[in-house]
Ligand binder design. Structure first.
Ligand SMILES: [Zn+2]
Ligand SMILES: [Zn+2]
Length: 432
């Protein structure tokens, strides 16, 4: 594909827009939602207005003619040369607000993140372990073995079950961003994600295995211009079940210089992974934010094919600061999946309070020129205009019907995408 114009650093399109009630009203909000906005203190809007069929479509206006895309000729029917065994399946597991993605290969399995939401209404560790138990019961040939456990960054919504996974299954290798120090929130309380990552490192030291569990802490400066790979990063090979050799390449990690720009928040120090199986590819950016995404794009200017994928796991749970125009142009994804919790859980530290997924991310994902190329069975969904968790004001959402191939664990439950070696994708949702 042709490389788009350079990204405007720190000023990606849409990122600085402010959302408020007036903007919400300009969007032809259904009458019941107008009523709910007006009385937001008195009403819980979700159930009062949950008449999904009436939600207007998520339409994004685009100026100028649509650019020609490199791969507009995606098949709309399963090609006859599709070999069922030559496929990988991504399981975007419904673990509430957080990330946990199991990648199933013909000859192995990899888990990216073990996060999730834990509160009185939901226990993500229980949900994740139950899912993995079910998976290994079906794939007995894998002998409860994860070839790789990759933690993108030490936030608890990404690593809550890391120790539990290590203790319950056989894990051949562990990769994280290498951070091994406590981290405190502004109020001085220790960050549980940093504590969990240190506990994982201690566990690996205290539990020698034969053969040893491989470990790699990835720094951004370790990653060469063509991406980083080795037998720890890419532990699954071809086998009798399939002659296709999956490829895993890392594109980012902890940044050790210019910390005033990147910040100490682990998000911009996320390990970024590209996964390929034949002609199907996917990108995981963890919680990388604007500056990290912008620098990621410029770093791979000489190898834009590394960012060009079919499946995009939407950054930072659909936050407004983690999906940008230039990155979308480079990726040209067919499908996007947001890992996040459901709107219905209206308590602290949930997707509802964060306002996820945010309308700014959705507008990039649905953009007619550079948004996702596929379509989905239409689904009426709640989209955040404003989160509430910091200032304890009421969050603001609007209801839209999603017709583009944008999926979310908070809307669809667990989403599984089987990517065939010939590029054909099969998508299934568990439903909520
Ligand atoms: Zn994070
Ligand atoms: Zn996160």
């Amino acid at each position: 594909m042709r490389l788009p114009a350079r990204p405007p650093e720190l000023a990606p399109s849409g990122a600085s827009r402010r959302w408020d009630l007036r903007r919400a009203l300009r969007h032809a909000v259904p009458a019941c939602e107008l009523w709910a906005f007006a009385l937001s203190a008195a009403l819980t809007t979700a159930t009062a207005c949950d008449d999904g069929d009436a939600a207007p479509p998520l339409e994004v206006k685009a100026e100028g003619p649509a650019p020609r895309r490199a791969r507009d000729d995606d098949p709309t029917r399963r090609p006859e040369d599709t070999v069922p065994g030559d496929a990988m399946t991504f399981h975007f597991i419904d673990i509430g607000q957080g990330d946990a993605t199991l990648i199933e290969f013909p000859c192995g399995a990899v888990l990216i993140d073990t996060g999730g939401e834990q509160n009185d209404l939901f226990d993500s560790n229980k949900a994740l372990l139950a899912y993995l138990d079910g998976f290994f019961a079906r794939r007995k040939d894998l002998a409860s073995t994860l070839d790789l456990l990759l933690i993108t960054h030490p936030h608890i919504d990404h690593n809550r079950a890391a120790l539990a996974v290590l203790e319950r299954y056989r894990v051949r290798g562990v990769i994280d961003n290498g951070a091994d120090a406590p981290h405190s929130h502004h109020d001085g309380t220790p960050d549980p994600g940093a504590t969990q990552q240190m506990a994982v490192h201690a566990w690996l030291r205290d539990h020698p295995r034969d053969p040893p569990i491989a470990y790699l802490g990835v720094g951004a400066r370790d990653v060469p211009p063509e991406g980083l790979t080795n037998p720890i990063i890419d532990p699954v090979a071809a086998c009798a079940a399939s002659a296709v050799d999956p490829k895993i390449t890392l594109l980012w990690g902890t940044v050790s210089e210019d910390l005033r720009t990147y910040g100490e928040n682990p998000n911009n120090h996320s390990v970024v992974a590209r996964v390929e199986f034949g002609k199907t590819s996917a990108l995981f950016t963890g919680d990388l934010e604007l500056i990290g995404l912008s620098r990621l794009a410029t770093r791979y200017e000489a190898h834009p094919e590394l960012l060009d994928v079919d499946i995009y796991q939407v950054g930072h749970h659909g936050s407004k600061n983690a999906t940008i125009h230039y990155q979308m142009q480079l990726m040209s994804p067919r499908v996007a999946v947001i890992s996040m919790g459901p709107y219905e859980r209206d308590i602290p530290w949930t997707a509802r309070k964060y306002g996820h997924p945010n309308i700014i991310a959705l507008e990039h994902l649905a953009h007619p020129h550079y948004g996702v190329r596929g379509r989905r069975t239409p689904l009426a969904a709640w989209i955040g205009l404003k989160g509430a968790w910091k200032d304890e004001k009421k969050e603001v959402f609007e209801r839209r019907t999603i017709e583009q191939a944008i999926y979310a664990t908070g809307w669809d439950g667990t989403v599984t995408i089987t990517g065939n070696a010939n590029g054909w994708l099969d998508i299934q949702t568990a439903g909520r």
